[in-house]
Design a protein around this ligand. Structure first.
Ligand SMILES: Nc1ncnc2c1ncn2[C@@H]1O[C@H](COP(=O)(O)OP(=O)(O)OP(=O)(O)O)[C@@H](O)[C@H]1O
Length: 491
């Protein structure tokens, strides 16, 4: 499909949405920023939705970059906890002949008692799947290098924090571990884990190498662990010499996939790495592993052991998929009301293409008496996390969201997913991966689900057909004017 016809369609949708949105008065539980007004989660006051900045559906490179870091932070804040996964671990050892150790308990690691106490105080009873293999490698003598990839929430941060805390000598008052993160916010999150895990080991101190942290020239850092962003870390090691890189024993590069999305970070990280001694342990972590990440990882970590944790496969097998034919967004809304009138929906997620449509729809639904939560791109990451937590806790029954905001969110109890707009990529082609992720279920949450797609033009019908072909799974037509028919789909 031609890009400009897609762009035109979006423009039309935007223009239509604006005229409605400007007149709408929303009374909904909403955590959003409208013209600088922050409403908190418990604020249900009436607010008039304001027009939004243009261009939310065509992210620039800059947006993409921010998104990756924001997404990563969001994942941390909503406390995804996949540590109980039974997924397969793939291990590639530097020396395939050496025995592969894996542990089933933290005791087996012979940690310092203060650290074991810290681990248990965090509520960890046993190592997560990735920790079972990664921890023995990271704690081995002599230290081994590691590249580890697993999705967010599988216990990577906890693992390398434990490795750093185990390797420092608190009697030495100089930096011994460096940990680089792509952003200040992500560095702070890791810092919090260090503080929690090191709670009973107060001799070990931590400092943040982040922009704005000004030290006097000639300062020599006394803290054993330095965590920060690559630019400042490089300056502190090289230009200002606050850190003596030759004394570093552990170098951690976290969120490698997010790191390489930011111009300059890759190069700065490599320059830091070059200053470190040969026997320094190099550890690199990433949630995803495209070729570019892999190439970067190999430049940072010589002679690595590699651990990969397979993602749980998402499948459409347990999902009933339907589409509804409509002419415009008002008709789509009416179809939605008919569905709500006919079947009981415990919790639903509704996906829209633009912020404006999402805002409009949230307003309309709330006027109908639904408890609606809205996730929208202009919200701060912390606000988004709060909305998701409330929805997960069942405080709202409907979550209306744009694509970008919802990427990577798993809400187990959601039984109905509605694509108010079908997912398309920035060229207007079907975004099959997003479609699968929105409605697919993993083996773990293998409950049956219901997905309803709203089709409002030839263009969207074409997208739907292509999605159908891609997955070789039939998407049935649903007539939302026929109550009996709707009732049947719930069975
Ligand atoms: N062995 C464990 N037992 C129980 N909980 C754990 C264990 N290891 C980590 N966790 C918890 O699971 C969550 C995810 O862990 P962690 O942050 O280390 O994962 P991650 O892979 O680094 O993901 P992210 O990059 O999103 O932080 C955290 O809340 C953490 O406290």
């Amino acid at each position: 499909m031609a890009t400009d016809s897609w762009a035109q369609a979006v423009d039309e949708q935007e223009a239509a949405a604006e005229s409605v949105t400007n007149n709408a008065t929303l009374t909904l539980l909403i955590l959003s920023l409208f013209a600088g007004t922050v409403l908190n989660a418990t604020d249900s006051s009436s607010v008039a939705a304001k027009p939004e900045p243009e261009g939310d559906c065509k992210p620039t490179d800059e947006d993409d970059k921010d998104d990756k870091a924001a997404q990563s932070l969001l994942n941390k804040l909503i406390r995804n906890n996949l540590v109980n996964t039974t997924n397969q671990v793939e291990v590639l050892q530097k020396d395939p002949n050496s025995p592969l150790y894996s542990v089933k308990s933290f005791e087996e690691l012979r940690l310092k008692p203060q650290l074991l106490q810290g681990v248990y105080a965090m509520g960890f009873n046993r190592p997560s799947k990735i920790q079972e293999t990664a921890l023995p490698m990271m704690l081995a003598e002599p230290p081994q290098n590691l590249i580890a990839q697993s999705q967010s929430g599988t216990g990577k941060t906890a693992a390398f924090v434990l490795a750093m805390l185990s390797h420092v000598d608190p009697n030495n008052h100089f930096p011994q571990c460096l940990c680089v993160s792509p952003t200040y916010e992500l560095a702070l999150q890791t810092g919090k884990v260090i503080e929690q895990m090191g709670k009973y080991y107060p001799e070990v101190k931590l400092v943040y190498a982040i922009r704005g942290q000004k030290l006097q020239r000639g300062t020599k850092l006394q803290e054993q662990i330095v965590i920060g962003t690559p630019g400042t870390m490089l300056d502190w090691c090289g230009k200002f010499k606050f850190i003596d890189p030759k004394k570093i024993r552990v170098f951690v590069l976290d969120e490698a996939d997010v790191m390489i999305a930011t111009q300059g970070h890759q190069d700065q990280s490599i320059r830091i790495q070059r200053m470190l001694p040969k026997n320094c342990q190099m550890l690199l972590f990433s949630a995803t592993f495209e070729e570019s990440v892999w190439n970067f990882a190999q430049r940072i970590v010589p002679d690595p052991n590699i651990i990969k944790l397979k993602r749980e496969e998402e499948t459409l097998d347990t999902i009933k998929q339907y589409y509804v034919l409509c002419n415009c967004k008002e008709e789509k809304f009416q179809a939605l009301c008919n569905i709500y009138g006919a079947i009981t929906i415990a919790q639903a997620m509704i996906f829209c293409h633009t912020r404006k449509t999402a805002g409009w729809l949230a307003g309309e639904l709330s006027r109908e008496g639904h408890q609606v939560a809205l996730l929208s791109g202009e919200m701060q990451v912390e606000q988004r996390a709060a909305v998701i937590e409330r929805f997960r806790d069942g405080k709202e029954k409907v979550l209306v969201t744009t694509n970008v905001c919802a990427r990577g969110i798993d809400v187990e109890q959601v039984s109905v997913v509605i694509n108010f707009d079908l997912p398309v990529d920035k060229d207007g082609n079907p975004d099959n991966e997003t479609y699968l992720h929105r409605i697919g279920r993993t083996g773990r949450f293998g409950k049956r689900g219901l997905a309803i797609n709203m089709v409002d033009s030839k263009m969207s019908m074409n997208i739907l057909n292509r999605i159908q072909e891609h997955f070789s799974k039939k998407i049935e037509r649903l007539d939302t004017d026929d109550l009996d028919e709707i009732e049947k789909i719930a069975g």
